[in-house]
Design a binder for this molecule. Structure first.
Ligand SMILES: [Zn+2]
Length: 291
C-alpha cells in the first residue's frame, strides 16, 4: 500500500500551520525511502522541495517499489541500471468537506513553477484522506493541452490577476479524484501507486531533450492563449488569439533562437574567467526561461 502511514500517532488535525510543510516533506521522504528511493533536500530555496533518485532498468522493467539498491543489473533484461532523478514540488492541503461528500483541493501554481523539465514533479498531498497525487510536469501539461480544459489557468492574464487559486481538483463522494471544469475528467491516473508508476519511467531521463522540446511547445500553446473577460466579445477574443498565435509566439521563438546564438558568440569572444562567473550567476535561473 502506498503511501504507508509512517507516523501512526499523528492525526491530520495535529498538523500545525507552522510545521505542516516540514511534516509533509518528512512524510513524503519516508514513503519514498520505504520504496528504495534516495531522497534529499536541495540547499537553496529553488522551489524544489525534495530531490528523489533511484536506480532503475533503462527498459522500464523496474517497479516503483523494487529494491534496486544492492544489485547492479536488471533481473529481466540484464541491462545495467541507470540513475533517475526527480525534482519534487510538494503542495499540501487539508481538503475541505466530509468523507462521503465531495471535497475540493485548492492550490496555486505560478508560471515559474512550470519548469521546462520532464523530471520535475508536482506532488499534491491531501492530508485528510492520506492521498498523494503525483503528477509529472509533462503529464500535467499534456492533460490540459490534449483536453483543451483548464486552459485559462495558464493563459495570460490569469497569472497576473490575484493568486489564481485553482479549485477544480476534487475528490467526489465516491472517493474518485477528478478535474471538474465544464466537463469532468478523472485524475485517478495520478493517485498513489499509479502516480509512482509514472515517475519511475526512465524515458524522462533517457529522452530528456525530446521531452524538453515537447514541454516547450505545450507551454507556448498553453501560456500564450488569451481568454477574455466579460467585457470583451468572442470575436475580439478570436482576433487576440490569432495575433498571439501567429505573431507573439513566433517572435518569442525567434528571440529564444537569437539568444542562444548571441550567447554562443559572446562565449567565443570574452575572457574565460568571466564566462565561468556568468555561468555561476545564471545557474539559479536556468530553467526559468523558454529553452
Ligand atoms: Zn530490464
Amino acid at each position: 500500500m502506498f503511501p504507508k502511514k509512517i507516523f501512526e500517532d499523528i492525526k491530520s488535525s495535529d498538523f500545525q500551520k507552522h510545521n505542516k510543510k516540514q511534516v509533509t516533506e518528512d512524510f513524503v521522504t519516508e514513503n519514498f525511502k520505504a520504496c528504495f528511493w534516495n531522497v534529499y533536500r536541495p540547499f537553496n530555496d529553488t522551489g524544489i522541495d525534495l530531490i528523489a533518485t533511484k536506480k532503475v532498468c533503462p527498459n522500464n522493467h523496474t517497479q516503483f517499489d523494487d529494491n534496486t539498491i544492492s544489485i547492479k543489473k536488471c533481473p529481466n533484461c540484464h541491462k545495467e541500471f541507470i540513475n533517475i532523478e526527480r525534482f519534487i514540488q510538494v503542495k499540501t492541503r487539508e481538503i475541505k468537506g466530509e468523507e462521503g461528500e465531495s471535497m475540493f483541493f485548492g492550490y496555486t501554481l505560478k508560471s515559474k513553477d512550470f519548469r521546462t523539465d520532464p523530471r520535475h514533479i508536482f506532488l499534491f498531498y491531501s492530508d485528510a484522506t492520506n492521498d498523494f497525487l503525483i503528477v509529472p510536469m509533462f503529464d500535467y501539461l499534456q492533460f490540459f493541452h490534449q483536453k483543451e480544459i483548464g486552459k485559462s489557468h495558464f493563459g495570460t492574464p490569469s497569472f497576473r490577476i490575484g493568486n489564481n487559486k485553482l479549485n477544480s481538483l476534487k475528490r467526489n463522494e465516491k472517493s474518485i479524484w477528478e478535474w471538474k471544469g465544464r466537463e469532468t475528467y478523472s485524475f485517478m491516473q495520478f493517485l498513489n501507486e499509479k502516480g509512482m508508476e509514472l515517475i519511475v519511467n526512465p524515458n524522462y531521463d533517457l529522452k530528456l531533450n525530446d521531452y524538453i522540446s515537447k514541454i516547450t511547445e505545450m507551454k507556448f500553446d498553453l501560456f500564450y492563449d488569451y481568454s477574455a473577460g466579460r467585457q470583451i466579445d468572442k470575436s475580439q477574443q478570436e482576433v487576440f488569439n490569432q495575433i498571439l498565435q501567429k505573431q507573439v509566439k513566433q517572435n518569442l521563438k525567434d528571440i529564444a533562437k537569437k539568444r542562444v546564438e548571441r550567447r554562443k558568440k559572446l562565449i567565443k569572444t570574452i575572457d574565460n574567467q568571466l564566462v565561468i562567473s556568468i555561468k555561476k550567476y545564471f545557474e539559479k535561473f536556468k530553467n526559468f526561461d523558454f529553452q
